[in-house]
Ligand binder design. Structure first.
Ligand code: DQA
Length: 188
């Protein structure tokens, strides 16, 4: 395991080398059966293992100076708990809800409840596959969806979410002095 990884319940990894207080923090969630990546239906999902995928995400996170926490679970309830927990500890979420994409109102509601910018990722193009995969319960509460680009989709999601969060921080920073100037002049 590379230095900086910690491993606890199930498949949980946090990469936090060089962490500082203003660092953007992103939680990455992989849903059911994604622990089988590399062996599972390779013609659809490719040959990269979850470990290798997480390493690639971590490498980019390091370049972008983002703290990432990567987790995989086969349990809907555990994913819901991890989304809820992210509210106070993370700035955004990247999630591949896997089969729960097409069934889980609970995951959708959790994302809506925490209100964190969330990007939905799928390795395969769900819109080209069986009809039951065309519907995503998560899409309506995500800032964007990336499907069909394989592991690259996660890297694009990380870049996209990083840019989104950086821009919204910048907007907040530039809005704050204007408010305090108005308040100082008594024009509020
Ligand atoms: C998936 C697509 C889902 O339909 C499927 O159930 C998965 C993986 C993907 O990454 O392409 O398990 O989310």
């Amino acid at each position: 395991m590379p230095p900086g990884w910690t491993l606890s319940r199930g498949i949980v990894r946090t990469y936090s080398v060089g962490e500082h207080k203003d660092m953007l923090r992103i939680r990455v969630l992989h849903g059911p059966n994604l622990n089988l990546l590399g062996t599972r239906e390779q013609s659809i999902y490719g040959s990269l293992s979850l470990d290798a995928l997480d390493s690639a995400i971590t490498k980019l996170a390091k370049e972008l100076a983002v703290k990432v926490d990567l987790r995989q679970s086969n349990s809907e309830g555990e994913l819901v708990t991890w989304i809820q927990e992210a509210r106070t500890r993370y700035d955004g979420i990247i999630i591949n809800p896997a089969a729960y994409t097409h069934t889980s109102v609970a995951i959708r509601d959790a994302i809506a409840a925490v209100g964190l910018p969330t990007v939905e990722v799928h390795l395969s193009n769900i819109h080209q596959r069986e009809e039951f995969r065309h519907r995503s319960y998560v899409a309506g509460v995500a800032i964007g969806q990336i499907a069909g680009l394989g592991p690259t989709g996660y890297l694009l999601a990380l870049r996209g979410l990083h840019d989104h969060l950086t821009a919204s921080r910048r907007r907040k920073k530039t809005a704050a002095p204007a408010t305090s100037r108005r308040t100082a002049k008594g024009t509020r």
